[in-house]
Design a protein around this ligand. Structure first.
Ligand code: KIV
Ligand code: ZN
Length: 388
């Protein structure tokens, strides 16, 4: 089958990188429930855990492997036989198993984490891939801290692990260090200088320490990567991982990029709420795509423009991500159009003079109450004996 060059594979690591966050731990039944939702969302790969890390994580990979059919189920390992053996065992029921093995690639990690040399680390990387390949066909290799790695050494490592059998090469910006143009250039360099790069898919795995995870992932895709790794709500180590919902909606909104995924974006909001609740990790109200304010219009200028034509202030339709609906929030910054809109919704039709009078009362109230609800509006209209 011919590989569609514009297809972007979505690799979800909510249950691995996301679940590592203190307080976000899940039970195996909870992980199964989320994995089934991820399957319905249409992710291509579910990273189900790090089997050697604990018996519970091992069991979760086993049970998720049994529970889902379409997505590839992936298990994380370090570059050693014990980790790989545990991962192979945990994936025995997976219809499409993948081992995700790897090692540090930056001089920082090589010297100060492994107390080793570039040559030795390269050897260990190749050995790990070869060893994993004996048991599982689909092998993803991660070059940890690739964001800070010397690009020529990184290219050497990538070429060697592809020759050893890696089907996907993950170039993580583990510390969220890169600028988008630097990260994009790194992917471009690999694309242009690794001889066997056409035998593997390049994957982007970005962390959000400088708030650039999504921008870096997009830069990677624009330069030839075709797999994006992330989590729902962007949860993950420290400042988190790339938000899958953000990348997918960027690709949908900017069709000019010519890239597509198999994700059913209408499921985003519900899944986001589920992750928020199960993983006990609140979603900031202004979070792109799934935050409670993502489709709330509150200033008078925006509300007026939105009520004239929603596209004036809406580049994504809430229904496209399963969000209940856009909202016009009433605050002291709201204009008459917004007040009129809400009063009409409640059944009150006002002429210009009456609207002006009620608007003044509304502003006085909003200055002290900050956020006005339907009950407050009924109060403002108490002078009316009969609703129109
Ligand atoms: O951020 C990272 O480098 C990782 C690897 C284990 C893939 O999560
Ligand atoms: Zn990570």
């Amino acid at each position: 089958m011919l590989h569609d060059p514009n297809r972007v594979y979505v690799f979800d690591t909510t249950l691995r990188d996301g679940e590592q966050v203190p307080g976000c731990q899940l039970t195996t039944p909870e992980k199964i429930e989320i994995a089934k939702e991820l399957e319905l969302l249409g992710v291509d790969i579910i990273e189900a855990g790090f089997p050697v890390s604990s018996p519970g994580d091992f069991q979760s990979v086993v049970e998720i492997s049994k529970a889902v059919t379409n997505p590839t189920v992936c298990a994380l390992t370090r570059a050693n036989k014990g980790d790989i053996d545990a991962a192979v065992e945990s994936l025995k029921y997976a219809k499409h198993p993948r081992i995700h093995t790897g090692i540090g690639s930056s001089d920082m990690h090589i010297k100060h984490k492994f107390n080793s040399t570039r040559e030795e680390i390269l050897e260990r990387a190749v050995e790990a891939v070869k060893y994993a390949k004996k048991s599982v066909e689909d092998i993803e290799f991660y070059a940890e801290d690739a964001g800070r790695a010397d690009v020529v050494y990184l290219a050497q490592m990538v070429e060697a692990v592809i020759a050893a059998g890696a089907t996907v090469v993950n170039i993580p910006d583990t510390n969220g260090y890169c600028l988008p143009d630097q990260y994009g250039a790194k992917i471009k360099f690999l694309k242009e200088n690794v001889k066997n790069i056409d035998k593997a898919i390049i994957s982007v795995h970005c962390h959000n320490d400088l708030g650039l995870a999504t921008a870096n992932s997009i830069a990677g895709l624009q330069n030839g990567a075709r797999q994006i790794e992330g989590t729902i709500n962007g949860i993950g180590e420290r400042a988190g991982n790339t938000s899958i919902e953000e990348v997918v909606m960027i690709l949908k909104t900017h069709q000019v990029l010519g890239l597509n995924t198999q994700i059913d974006s209408k499921r985003f909001y519900e899944l986001s709420q589920m992750i928020r609740t199960q993983m006990r990790m609140p979603v900031q109200p202004n979070k792109a795509i799934v935050g409670s304010n993502a489709f709330a219009h509150s200033s008078g200028i925006h509300q007026d423009g939105f009520l004239k034509m929603r596209e004036n202030y809406e580049i994504i339709r809430p229904e496209d991500v399963g969000f209940p609906s856009a909202t016009i929030v009433l605050t002291a910054r709201s204009g008459r159009h917004a007040l009129k809109f809400h009063l009409e919704r409640l059944g009150f039709t006002l002429d210009k003079d009456e609207l002006a009078a009620v608007y003044n009362k509304f502003l006085t109230l909003a200055d002290v109450k900050l956020d006005i609800n339907d009950e407050d509006l009924q109060g403002l209209m108490a002078h009316r004996l009969v609703k129109n």
